[in-house]
Design a protein around this ligand. Sequence first.
Ligand SMILES: [Zn+2]
Length: 277
Amino acid sequence: MQMVIIGSGTAVPQEGRSASCYLLRSGSGNVVLDLGPGSIWGLLRHAGFSVRDVDVILLSHLHMDHCADLAPLLFALRSRELARSTPLKILGPPGLNDHVKALGRVWRHWIEPAGYDLQIGEREGREDHKEIMLGGLKFRAAPTNHSLFNLAWRIDGPAGPGVLFTGDGEATEEMVALGRSAPHLLVCECSAGPDEVVPGHMNPEQAGELAAMCGSRLLVLSHINPGPDPDTLAALARKQFDGEVVVAEDGMVVDISDGGKLDLDAGTRGRGDAEKG
Ligand SMILES: [Zn+2]
């Protein structure tokens, strides 16, 4: 299983960091986590990935920097070039069905599925981590503390460590329990800077504490706002967590089957391509 970081930024536009989006590729299926604005182009630029090939979309919550590309994605899937017949599953927080219906009132038939089945599932994340199995991948969710209902998602393949992705928000007992259940890499939001305490968000120390509580193998700090120096963020997280810490970059590739081997060359390639584009 391999993760490509497509968008390591926030709602605030900044050079080199797009809004929230991640691609998980494995022999068991292609999963996109979050769809911030520009994601469907970012997937192509950083991973050569066409949205035609996505099997499952996991949304953490319904703030625009995490889901605004939903309508552009559904519109794109109507084009002849991206025609598909396999079902598309979208899992997200309570309110997702209403959200998609509201998009339909705005964009009408232009986002209706053509030739494929669109399956939307809402999760509360509190039902004893009840799992969903899809194509050999296991999905579980837990709520975090955020200004809008947010799900942390855990994804496990048939072998090797899984991934725990926090989306947005502060740690909860449910999220820690989800992390502690098996080896994993933690992709943690770090939108608050050093020494900042922002209710509903995490700073690097809090992210490090969460990784320590969860027993994570690798901590990837992501959802970074403009300003803080990445080395400072990583150093502060390391004060709380003994394991490896890395600050996400758009285009960075993390090899999860190897327990979190970083392919930083791929990250550099991603940036180079972005500069050209
Ligand atoms: Zn948010």
